[in-house]
Design a protein around this ligand. Structure first.
Ligand SMILES: [Zn+2]
Ligand SMILES: [Zn+2]
Length: 263
């Protein structure tokens, strides 16, 4: 069994809870530790029960609650790549002793196996995660400017895919953001557009993905409706029927999503 619940997803903060019923992990801690604790409590999980936190990269929307979270929970392990750990400990030295550097193969927390893959983003090193337990696979991939071959390889065969649908091309083009920021977001190392996300989702479903969650939506340059419709339409154009061939949902920005259970 594998269970996933996003506690927050979006440019204001990211945190995803995953469990196999025995071990409890978070991907990122980009909301306050108080909010993480409150949302976990609604799932009958205490913050003390967390065994590990896996960080994708050091941007503030992925680590803002980390310092306090690791103070609340003295036992949890903390994982990231070496480059990301270095950057975070420069800013939060007390986390130095808590970090484990990700192994390039599988990292084990109880019976959950976690491996990482690189994502193209405007940071020295960022990663997505492939989480495996009881024969089920979850892949989380956000903060990427485009879908590389290695990202697609990591995504293929996932039962559940949490993937970035950051912005709508038209909304970004018309937004009040300065040009340099628009270029950064839409660049090869920025964020994933709804249309690029839709292509990735179609390929993933072709490889057997049964549940897709669209996440890390921009508040300025996207809406849940536009993101959903863009991906939904592309799936239908490819003869894939959402709700029948694949379950399609949105990870809410400022609150936790529904619990997704894979038996
Ligand atoms: Zn980022
Ligand atoms: Zn982010």
């Amino acid at each position: 069994m594998l269970k996933l619940c996003t506690l927050a997803s979006g440019s204001n903060g990211n945190c995803t809870y995953i469990t196999d019923g025995e071990s409890h992990i978070l991907i990122d801690a980009g909301i306050s530790a108080r909010t993480i604790s409150r949302e976990l409590n609604t799932l009958d999980i205490d913050i003390d029960m967390l065994d590990a936190v896996f960080i994708t990269h050091e941007h503030i929307d992925h680590i803002s609650g980390l310092r306090t979270l690791m103070k609340y929970n003295r036992r949890a392990k903390l994982f990231s790549t070496g480059v990301t750990a270095q950057d975070i400990t420069n800013r939060i030295p007390e986390l130095f002793d808590r970090f484990s550097i990700l192994e390039s193969g599988t990292n084990n927390i109880g019976d959950i196996g976690i491996s990482f893959f690189h994502t193209p983003h405007d940071t020295p090193e960022s990663v997505g995660y492939r989480i495996n337990a009881g024969g089920k696979v979850i892949v989380t991939v956000t903060d990427l400017g485009h879908v590389t071959e290695s990202v697609m390889k990591a995504v293929s065969g996932a039962d559940v895919l949490l993937v970035e649908a950051n912005y709508d091309d038209e909304k970004l083009r018309l937004s009040r953001y300065p040009e340099f920021l628009k270029r950064r977001i839409s660049g090869k190392r920025g964020h994933l557009s709804n249309t690029d996300c839709a292509s990735c989702v179609c390929s993933a479903v072709g490889f057997g993905t049964s549940h897709v969650l669209l996440g890390h939506l921009s508040a300025e340059n996207n809406t849940p409706e536009i993101a959903y419709t863009t991906v939904h339409t592309r799936l239908c154009d490819n003869g894939i029927i959402p709700g029948v061939d694949v379950m399609l949902g949105i990870a809410p920005r400022g609150r936790r999503g529904n619990v997704l259970v894979l038996d």
